[in-house]
Write a protein that binds this ligand. Structure first.
Ligand code: MUC
Ligand code: MG
Length: 378
């Protein structure tokens, strides 16, 4: 007879907001970043095990409808009282309890689900991906985003990263400038790098459907291999028309968060590829549910980021490693955009890929001095 193990209760949740400088200005359609703000979650359990998680967005409220401050408030005031005393090992039960009383707030939920899985992996002595069914791959290709705002600088940056064998696929952030200037910028970079590099573009919803229809042929002619979220997240029918009209694959990002968003996109044939993000889907288990719908519909999966630091990026990496198909690689370069981080060993990319840490849980350890140093409460 099997006896079920004693429950391990959740004792406390602690949140820390850290502001970290970036290595250069990162210019996106909706925000220019000089720093990145991470919300770090520490979940302490009765058996002495601590799980860690991260919730990070881009540009305050510029990218999504949760800010670092609101994520922290949601975790401290609403989620902590709900989960304190619950069995930490029953990850799905804890998340179901939270879903019952907290609508939306996928980023806060993602930090919680990550911390629960980290704790459970440490408890069982297995890496997080094993709790997700095991890794289909132990290393993940990682692209780099060129977003200095200057073509020549972007070309020099790409050449250096190619030379270092760090990245060979580059995503260009466009949508901020006049569309003609953006298209010329993309064409200039592709012409300079030639076949040594593949290019994608992310418009971050900045174009109207008419502007997209006008610019995409020029992007195709320049050799762009993927166009990400060219138009507003709400304009699903517009995305379907663009996907139908052009050969270059259309990727949905801001438009697809949950499995049901993915289902609607699949039904309307509104995307060829989806940018999966643990932050949008409420955690590593959540993102695999979205991936399953994409997979069922033949929509390609891409491992996306909200420019998290090492904790959030490695949590994403465990989930993307467990995806059945990950045809479009990942963009888990967030830690490399930061001058510093709050962990002992930062994520690195070598030979164009990120290797999963082998330790239990996430396999990532907090650096207490750095966490205290960068904490906003210091
Ligand atoms: C986004 O919209 O995809 C990913 C890479 C980057 O530079 O910004 C993000 C967000
Ligand atoms: Mg995007």
């Amino acid at each position: 007879m099997h006896s079920s193990p004693d429950p391990v209760s959740i004792v406390s949740l602690e949140t820390v907001i850290v502001d970290l400088p970036t290595i250069r200005a990162h210019k996106l359609a909706m925000a220019t970043m000089h720093t990145q703000t991470l919300v770090i979650l520490r979940l302490r359990c009765a058996d002495g095990i601590e799980g860690i998680g991260e919730a990070t967005t881009i540009g305050g409220l510029a990218y999504g409808d949760q800010s670092p401050e609101s994520i922290r408030l949601t975790l401290d005031k609403y989620i902590a009282p709900l989960v304190t005393g619950a069995d930490a090992a029953s990850v799905n039960a804890v998340m179901a309890r939270v879903d019952q009383s907290v609508q939306g707030n996928a980023l806060a939920k993602s930090a919680l689900e990550t911390a629960l899985l980290d704790a459970q992996g440490k408890r069982l002595g297995v890496p997080m991906h094993q709790l997700l069914g095991g890794a289909a791959r132990l290393s993940l290709p990682v692209l780099w985003t060129l977003a200095s705002g200057d073509s020549e600088r972007d070309i020099a940056e790409a050449r250096m990263l190619l030379e270092q064998r760090r990245h060979k696929v580059f995503k260009l952030k466009i949508g901020k400038r006049d569309p003609r200037e953006d298209v010329a910028h993309v064409a200039r970079i592709k012409a300079a790098l030639g076949d040594a590099a593949e290019l994608t573009v992310d418009v971050n919803q900045a174009w109207s459907e008419a502007t997209a229809a006008r610019c995409i042929p020029a992007l195709e002619a320049a050799g762009v291999m993927l166009v990400e979220q060219p138009i507003a997240r709400d304009n699903r029918r517009g995305m379907a028309r663009l996907a139908q009209r052009f050969d270059v694959p259309m990727m949905a990002d801001e438009a697809v968060h949950t499995p049901s968003d993915m289902f609607d996109y699949a039904r309307d044939e509104a995307a060829d590829v989806v940018a999966l993000k643990i932050a949008k889907s409420g955690g590593p288990l959540g993102v695999l549910r979205t991936a399953a719908v994409a997979d069922a519909a033949g929509i390609g999966c891409y491992g996306g980021t909200l420019l998290e630091g090492t904790i959030g990026s490695i949590a994403s990496a465990h989930a993307f490693a467990a995806c059945k198909r990950l045809e479009w690689g990942t963009e888990l370069f967030g830690p490399l955009l930061l001058k510093d981080d709050v962990v002992v060993r930062r994520a690195t990319v070598t030979d164009f890929a990120l290797a999963l840490p082998a330790g239990p849980g996430l396999g990532v350890e907090i650096d207490e001095d750095k966490l205290a140093h960068y904490s906003r409460d210091r």
